[in-house]
Design a protein around this ligand. Structure first.
Ligand code: PHE
Ligand code: NA
Length: 522
């Protein structure tokens, strides 16, 4: 049974959809925080090196694998990867590329729903005259952090379901729907970002007042952009940089392959992949670092930023700082900022819906309505725990396993499949077929050796990260017959403690608590 083959409407539509896939909440919420927490200017070099040696190669691998699969009418990673290797195992590896998306989309759409709600609250002036603490309380109330079990967060669940429904609706319209959203959302996102970045870059010391002494936006920018080389030997910084490159480029998730499977066999992928990748980097490195950090540093000072850098800044601090610009400007800035986040979010969550839909198509011949609805129901089932049990860290748990660990494993395996099983010569031909640019030959070598090796290092590093990332201390410790103390972020430790944290939080008596605590592996 052959269904009519879908294809992208235009090259511009494809590039914007792919850029929309990559440009997401990661660019505005995750990048600045990672950069600050990893030493600002010390983060940038490892980050750029990871972009060139892992990011770009993985983009080439995923775009070309996807288009290759599309030639056989395969559109999901299990089928695409199955067609590239002889062993059945690759089909199961490909399943990674479906479930990570469902787990990530569950919390990703939750943040999208916050953005939507915050647009509305900015317009109606909810944050007017609130102190910073009050803005933070508003957020905590919204996510139910102060709630008890008897409380049901109707507004929160309503907007979550609304955003999911919007995603389902657009996905049910097929590629055309995704293209349309990208063509509207991406230009607006960039426009909004440029306006806010201009404010961030020109704020200077204008934040200085009785309320905000000694603050300067330039401190934030200098901190981010003064290169420092001392951290080049720190594995922690490298792991963080690699993790950010993965997340921000959407590699290791299977979404790029799905989108690329709809590219016609003789059409360019090399230039398209590089264009979408660089567009993401522009939005991340230029716009992503010119908004939250300088504005927060401009009012609250760099020290405050260093101490409070976190995901909460976007929702707990920005609406308060916007108030300093006066009522109308604050409403306007709120719409720009949360509108930008909403567009960044939805163009990415749509991408996360396609792997499931394509797999249902490949495996059972499902059409896009059935595919989109079943995806929405799955996302809802996974997402409700995030919404209702936010304060128990369900969100972080998903992000750790689906948004971090599984990307690295999947990317490592797919790079081995591409270069060593499918074969680098065939792979290189796939990448260059129909290409509008000449890729430097050195990338053939990088894809074959450097990328898989780096991925292996990243994986091992994540497996055994030592306590507080004190690598040097732990290495000398085991050389002297001592112990290797694992960090809370190490994969080994997280596997052995799986579920115990939740059990601990739900335990009622002290006896139960101490019983569970004894089982937790430190
Ligand atoms: N790249 C997106 C971001 O930066 C996240 C994402 C990951 C989107 C994987 C799709 C697939 O936010
Ligand atoms: Na991104």
């Amino acid at each position: 049974k052959l269904m009519p083959r879908e294809a992208w409407g235009s090259r511009l539509g494809l590039i914007l959809a792919m850029a929309g896939n990559a440009v997401g909440l990661g660019n505005f919420l995750r990048f600045p925080v990672q950069a600050v927490q990893n030493g600002g200017g010390a983060f940038i070099f490892p980050y750029l090196i990871c972009f060139l040696l892992m990011g770009i190669p993985l983009l080439f691998i995923e775009w070309s694998s996807g288009r290759y699969g599309g030639k056989f009418n395969n559109h999901s990673t299990p089928y695409i990867m199955d067609g590239m290797g002889n062993s059945k195992v690759w089909k199961y590896v490909g399943v990674f590329g479906i479930f990570t998306n469902i787990a990530v989309v569950a919390y990703y759409t939750y943040i999208e729903s916050w953005s939507l709600v915050y647009i509305l609250h900015s317009v109606v002036g909810t944050f007017k005259g609130l102190s910073q603490a009050e803005v933070a309380v508003f957020f905590n109330d919204y996510v139910g952090e102060l709630s008890s079990y008897t409380w049901f967060p109707f507004e929160t669940v309503f907007f979550y379901v609304l955003v999911l429904s919007l995603n389902i609706y657009i996905l049910s319209k097929g590629l055309g729907g995704i293209e349309k959203v990208a063509k509207i959302g991406m230009p607006l996102l960039i426009l909004f970002g440029v306006i806010l970045a201009f404010r961030g870059l020109t704020l200077g010391e204008s934040g200085k007042s009785d309320l905000f002494p000694d603050a300067n936006a330039w401190d934030g920018l200098n901190f981010l952009w003064t290169p420092q080389f001392d951290s080049l030997t720190n594995p922690k910084v490298w792991l963080a940089a690699a993790g950010q490159i993965f997340f921000t480029l959407s590699v290791g998730m299977g979404t790029i392959q799905c989108y690329a499977a709809f590219i016609k066999a003789n059409e360019d992928i090399a230039l398209n992949a590089v264009s979408a990748g660089f567009m993401n980097e522009f939005v991340e490195v230029v716009l992503g670092s010119s908004i939250v950090i300088p504005i927060a540093a401009g009012y609250l000072g760099l020290d405050w930023v260093l101490k409070n850098a976190g995901f909460g800044m976007a929702f707990q601090t920005m609406p308060f700082l916007f108030q300093q610009w006066g009522e109308t400007a604050a409403a306007f800035a709120g719409v720009l900022w949360f509108g930008l986040l909403f567009f960044a979010g939805i163009t990415s969550s749509l991408a996360m819906g396609t792997p499931w839909m394509s797999f249902m198509k490949d495996e059972f011949g499902w059409g896009r309505n059935k595919g989109a609805w079943s995806f929405g129901m799955l996302a809802l089932t996974m997402g409700l725990p995030t919404v209702l049990l936010y304060q128990f860290g369900v969100f972080d748990e998903y992000d750790y396993w689906a948004g971090t660990v599984s990307l690295v494993i999947f990317a490592l395996l797919e790079s081995v499949l591409f270069s060593w099983v499918f074969g680098i010569d065939k792979g290189w031909n796939e990448i260059n077929e129909g290409s509008d640019i000449k890729i430097p030959q050195v990338y053939k070598f990088i894809i074959k050796y450097v990328t898989p090796l780096l991925l292996l290092f990243v994986f091992i590093g994540a497996l055994i990260s030592p306590y507080q990332n004190e690598w040097a201390e732990n290495i000398s410790s085991i050389m002297n017959g001592g112990n290797w103390v694992l960090d809370n972020s190490s994969i080994i430790k997280n596997i052995s403690n799986f579920g115990l944290k939740e059990q601990f939080l739900l335990a009622h008596t002290d006896k139960e608590k101490s019983f569970i605590q004894d089982k937790i592996f430190y």
